[in-house]
Design a protein around this ligand. Sequence first.
Ligand code: ADP
Ligand code: MG
Length: 571
Amino acid sequence: MSAPLLPVATGRRAGRVVGELLREHPVAGAAAAVSAVAAAAAGLAAPAVLGRLVDAVDTGGGSVWPYVWALLGAAVLAAVLTGISTVLVARLGETLLARLRERVVDRALHLPSATLDRVRGGDLLSRVGDDVAKVAEAVGSALPQVAGAGLTVLLTLVGLGALDWRLALAGLLALPLYVLALRWYLPRSAPRYAAERVALGERSQALVASVQGADTVHAYADEARHRAVVDDRSARALAITVDVFRLFTDFGWRMNRAEYVGLAAVLAVGFTLVRAGDVTVGAVTTAALLFHRLFGPLGLLLFTFDDVQSAGASLVRMVGVADLPEVPPGTPVRTAARPAVELRGIGHGYGGPPVLVDVDLTIAPGERVALVGASGAGKTTLAGVLAGALEPTAGQVLVDGVPVADLRDHVGLVSQEVHVFAGTLADDVRLARPGAGDAEVAAALRTVGAGWAQALGWDTLVGDGGHELTAPQAQQLALARLVLADPPVAVLDEATAEAGSAGARDLEEAALAATAGRTTLVVAHRLTQAARADRVVVLAAGRVVEQGTHAELVAAGGRYADLWSAWTARG
Ligand code: ADP
Ligand code: MG
């Protein structure tokens, strides 16, 4: 059962996306381009001046000092311009990358839960982790060098041609050897890099899976088998990496051969022309220096080719995520401050047996409906469907007559298990509205009455490695997020907690305060929570089996009445 991977963009599509991003920064783009060309052009000055110097010595005419000063000036100018262009190109690259990264994270955050359930967790992790890091590394270090080297090669070839076409042609003899080396290398490398990315993704997937499932693995004493899977994938990833390196070394040899053949040709043709009195020794010197200058940048292109190509493989994977359909952010449609919610004929089944069957439910504006039922009845699934996080297989959810998919930001969902992000308590709440001021965050925390949060201090670090929160505390934090986001509709899947525990009682009060004035569905595990709702809906095996006020249902003596007497008997 191999879950599908997220899409991967084509190289052409990735190029177009980079182009679009570039067009959004025309000034920075132009500045980077101009400075890079100027830096590469300045590099041509030194070989030209040296050629003149050789001719001056050769013909015994005049002082050499002007040439020496010119040489020094050319070196300083080239160094200064190279420095400037490195900064401008790197800054441009970082800017574009930041934009792309925002888009990737945005799309990853908005992946419908249904898709998140289907795709491999490791794949998404490696896209936003490994791939983004790999592209960032290439942009930070390789991009300015590659741009500079590419331009230097180009301008040096132009300079050679302007100097003497026969010398340039002699140098170009090396070209077929280069082309051959590249034609040998390219078709072999691309599939290897792609395979390397896949192997690394599978390795991280296996690692993540065994860490996330550690409890289960222990419970079934299944360590050895999991270890074997991880080892196997690690070995495969290593083998592919070594293979890539071997190929690359071989390519380097082929490129070196081209360099010396070319240089020999320039010198041979050059001195033949000198003997014939066609060109000066200085011109041949300049040509040889220019030709030699090609190899530093070419070598650099060669050695970063590796990184560039593997960054390219990561880039198309990033763009694949960035190109996922955008979830329409708060469409212009606005609902009433307290909209009505209507579920019509909802069905769901996670691709297996039905979990929800033909559920009809209307929640009046501002009404609080409590959803109760045995474990596995489908409460969490129904809450997800109502919030637009799960796509129903049948029926539709309407918020004031508008499909919920178009109004996702109108519905706040607090899930049963809240992910607490690494950072301070206040930062975690602020996620709901990044622009919110400290006072608003504090007010939201106060609304949910998180006494423990005040006691701990809102600067307390939570999440990975921080202060550990109980499930009800994490939910209180999520309720504070809800208050800050202030959606007109709230869906709360209450955390299960020790009956009678202080945390659970606090959470019940927090839930009431946070959802006050909103059209609300709360999955209630504490039946006192249900008793305080406007209406109670009982779900059994995916169907609505009873509904009414708490008092009506207790009086009716049905399923809810049984649940209630069991709950009160628990004390
Ligand atoms: P409740 O919240 O009432 O306990 P759920 O909505 O969580 O019920 O689950 C209802 C049924 O759907 C259960 O049989 C459960 O095993 C199944 N189910 C829940 N989530 C998934 C999922 N992601 N994939 C497949 N089946 C699921
Ligand atoms: Mg549940």
